[in-house]
Design a protein around this ligand. Sequence first.
Ligand code: AMP
Length: 597
Amino acid sequence: MAVDSALSSPLGPPACEKDAKALQFIEEMTRNADAVQERVLAEILSRNAETEYLKRFKLGGATDRKTFKSKVPVITYEDVQPEIQRIANGDRSAILSSHPISEFLTSSGTSAGERKLMPTIKEELDRRQLLYSLLMPVMNLYVPDLDKGKGLYFLFVKSETRTPSGLLARPVLTSYYKSDHFKTRPYDPYNVYTSPNEAILCPDSFQSMYTQMLCGLIERNHVLRLGAVFASGLLRAIRFLQLNWPELAHDISAGSLNSRVTDPAIRDYMCQVMKPDPKLAEFVEQECSKENWEGIITRIWPNTKYLDVIVTGAMAQYIPTLNYYSGGLPLACTMYASSECYFGLNLNPMCKPSEVSYTIMPNMAYFEFLPHESSRVDSSVPPKLVDLADVEVGKEYELVITTYAGLNRYRVGDILRVTGFHNSAPQFHFVRRKNVLLSIDSDKTDESELQRAVENASKLLAEFKTSVVEYTSYADTKTIPGHYVIYWELLTKDDSANLPSHEVLNRCCLEMEESLNSVYRQCRVADHSIGPLEIRVVKSGTFEELMDYAISRGASINQYKVPRCVNFTPIMELLDSRVVSVHFSQRLPHWSPQRRR
Ligand code: AMP
């Protein structure tokens, strides 16, 4: 029931008093976007004035935007990596931030094949928590009665390491789930999960997923929303159910817990909740043993009102599969965030995925926008960056942030298009991440990484006097988990017909995987969120046909470049019709949580 109209918000009538406060906060922030941004920058610059990094640019105590923009350069990760490395190695002086760096957040973006390390400070957790606290109040405006049931969210922690000086390095969500903010969160009827903390916090992905699925099945009638961070994660859960429903049904029937779940905290917890329920077990068996899994989500969880998953950006490739399994339930993309900083939220979360716009919250950091075209202009000309309140509708920008934790004018690499404003705060459509060719889960493979992987793998062909003359790639998400497909056109100079065998080409698949970045290999090895890499060898002359096709559609013959990634159906059909052999990686590549450097 909506609260007193005195608390009403321009966004809509809040569901409860707590929501009213959250909506009011959003209103305040978005009405005063420019003033809040000015204050945030002044705060960051005054508290970090004595840091080694900022002192370098001789701001002379100034905390205003004009001085900041004229003196401090726009940077990428590589520019600040030496400072980050020093912190990682134990230098505790105020290098980037006057507040001590509490840990590093490991981004899914990579540098030299390893995850980027993002410095963070303790209070950033409060800022992230604040953004999380705004999500349900907004959702409650659109979906009633979410306090009458629970959310089945598949949430996981990932492995963490320590830097040479002992600082933790782990993904931002792992850091959040392990924090007291999450573990000891106060009861909120609008935010009750079926997954116990014991399962979410279990580092073994099988045991964690098994328990979360089991709890979700037991509470099937209470589940009102289903989610994971990214769409790929929710599909992985569906795949898990496909593979493991007999064991899950057995446990439900017997009131027992599979012996593969050995984590003592999980076993203690489940011991208290498991009761034999043969009727439910029979239902699970009946539904899951059917050939047709279309609409399985709503069959098993009949009260689900929406799926809470990010399907913007690279994740849009999963929309058809999610629609298939859910019978077209609404897909809610609620927030936009990164390891560097949490950015903002979707104020209209039940809109179509193609219409999702995120409103950047001006209190999170100081935001600037690099007009996208200008990033291609001569780099000796200083680019003109635009402030949050000054971006123009319809234009595309690259996001640049200055954070409390000490990143100054840092290029995030995301390209955003302005779709409109909420009060004076702009709203952005996520266009794409720069330089990402292939992505299945949290992996982001760029063109040079793919090129290097092909080069390394093709060395195995040298003894057969065979080389890769052309290649392209495709992220195949029709399989769960998805996998990389690389099309190779080969040239053999050896007349003796000593051609590379199927086994050699299988090894090339593995060699490519070994050469890809650590996020890819972690997804393969630890998360099982990417399947074995596939090489499809195509007939010689195929890439010439591809060029002919592009030219017939208007490409310039002089400027034609082989696309290093394809997803246009006629091109895929052409390539697939020319395939002469198919090869897969037969083993997992190497991966360990330890960084190589
Ligand atoms: P990470 O630092 O590994 O957490 O990755 C952050 C990146 O994930 C962002 O910079 C975006 O490229 C992407 N990302 C995060 N949230 C969204 C979203 N809602 N839609 C599309 N891409 C997103």
